[in-house]
Design a binder for this molecule. Structure first.
Ligand code: EPZ
Length: 434
């Protein structure tokens, strides 16, 4: 069964280390295609989305292997042009491979990207950027084909801010002929990490982290080698679990300076925290203040990826809170499931109103996507009794060992390892379906 069982009602306490960032690792893996040789990502998270991206690189002809948490990618012979919908249907970020394929070999074809059910997730901004760089793009009924006789530097003004489209433009521009100026770029930390990785490979990029990024195309890139930064969303998720249970935890290897907007809300709720010798120490015993209004925004605003986990926390706080989701059209999927546990959430368009305070109780709930699934786990840790969270595989897309980590913090979590019995702390890691 694809489920976990959680017995709630205990404050979390203890220490966990934050895994490598999913949303930093994936574009860095795509960037590795731009070098015909070996690149390595250290402290790479062993999660389903990384295994999926690894499967795509292997389908293109790369060789990959792991040494502990270090992922090696030898792209010497990764000259494939097609990525099947088996992979792209599973993972939205597969679309950024188009820019890497064009940069490496002048053509590429991939199935339309899938991903979470949090919104329409169009790719018009991705295709706009590649066309500005000189790519010919044919949008078929089932796949997209792109080709060029060498990408040309261009000025690209994104009409709307998009993390993936910014990454797409960067991956297409680093080997293009001439200079590229990307305007109205996303400023998420993952953009800066991608550019740092590419600079380490010899790319000429500046301005990342701001809204204008300047790239001068180079002849070729050498192998990349970098440590994957800590996952800011995983760190925020664990702090939400701490807040929901009024616990006290220590995060080792926390992201540095990437959670300010979240921590501001955490403090408004009554949480306390401090940084000490590279750790983040959180005391949520004083959490109890509702948040009358909060809106998700592009970075450095409150991250949409922590909207559902925060909703679960607010369901445990007496008083009316309200969250406005301004990035995606359908990112309140967890609300209905949280209501099955006694949360008083009403969704009105882009707003979710949480009439928190009634005790949550265990139930059987269903995850439909990654961060909504994490929210159900958080609520289950605070609820009275046992909760069964089905759809655990959605959660594994981004959380490497959420069960082991939360168990280490005192949570009572058991997961089905596929053999119809529950096992605590199992280390079973499922490789991507080949
Ligand atoms: C990235 O998705 C992240 N995924 C998401 O995290 C994150 O929620 C999102 O950025 C926003 O921060 C990865 O990095 C792998 P966008 P992305 O393009 O790039 C619209 C998670 O849980 N848009 O910034 O797909 C889009 O529909 C995932 O880890 C267009 O209209 O997000 C959305 O409304 C979920 N046209 C808005 O822009 C386009 O061509 C922001 O999306 C592209 C996007």
């Amino acid at each position: 069964m694809d489920e976990i069982r959680i017995t709630g009602g205990r404050p979390l306490s203890g220490t966990v280390s934050v895994q490598g960032s999913k949303n930093a690792a994936l574009p860095m893996m795509a960037a590795s295609l731009l070098h015909r040789g070996v690149s390595v990502l250290k402290r790479c998270p062993k999660i389903a989305d990384v295994f999926c991206m690894e499967g795509i690189l292997k389908e293109l002809g790369a060789c990959t292997w792991w040494e502990g948490h270090d992922l090696y990618m030898d792209c010497t012979h990764a000259d494939g042009k097609e990525i099947s919908c088996v992979f792209t249907g599973k993972m939205r970020s597969s679309v950024i491979l188009l820019g890497a394929l064009l940069g490496r070999g002048g053509s590429g074809c991939l199935g339309y990207p899938g991903g979470c059910v949090i919104g329409r997730r169009p790719i018009d901004l991705h295709l706009y950027a590649l066309r500005k760089l000189g790519a010919e793009i044919a949008e078929g009924p089932f796949s997209i084909s792109a080709s060029c006789r060498g990408l040309m530097g261009a000025e690209i003004l994104f009409p709307n801010i998009s993390v993936g489209a910014t990454e797409q433009g960067i991956l297409g521009a680093v080997l293009a002929n001439g200079e590229t100026c990307l305007k109205n770029c996303a400023r998420e930390p993952e953009i800066k990490w991608l550019c740092r990785y590419l600079r380490g490979m010899g790319a000429d990029i500046r301005g990342d982290g701001g809204d204008c990024i300047y790239i001068r195309g180079v002849e070729g890139l050498k192998g990349g080698e970098m440590e994957v930064p800590p996952d800011r969303i995983v760190a925020g998720t664990y702090l939400c679990a701490c807040a929901a249970t009024r616990g006290k935890i220590v995060l080792e290897n926390p992201p540095d300076g990437e959670l300010d907007a979240f921590l501001e809300v955490y403090r408004k709720m009554g949480g306390q925290y401090k940084g000490k010798s590279g750790k983040l120490i959180a005391d949520a015993s004083g959490v109890g203040n509702p948040i009358p209004f909060l809106e998700t925004k592009v970075y450095p605003g409150f991250p949409t990826d922590l909207q559902s986990p925060l909703m679960a926390v607010l369901a445990t706080i007496s008083g009316e809170s309200c969250i406005r989701e301004s990035i995606f059209e359908a990112r309140f999927k967890a609300a209905a499931e949280l209501n099955r546990m006694g949360a008083g959430i009403t969704v009105e368009g882009h707003d979710a109103r949480i009439a928190g305070g009634a005790p949550l109780y265990g139930s059987t709930v269903y995850a439909e996507e990654l961060r909504g699934g994490a929210a159900l786990v958080i609520a289950a840790l605070a609820a009275r009794g046992e909760t069964v969270v089905r759809g655990y595989s959605y959660i594994c897309r981004g959380y490497e060992h959420i069960c082991e980590d939360l168990t280490a913090l005192g949570g009572i979590i058991m997961k089905d390892t596929g053999t119809n019995f529950y096992e605590k702390n199992s280390k079973s890691i499922k490789p991507a379906e080949d």
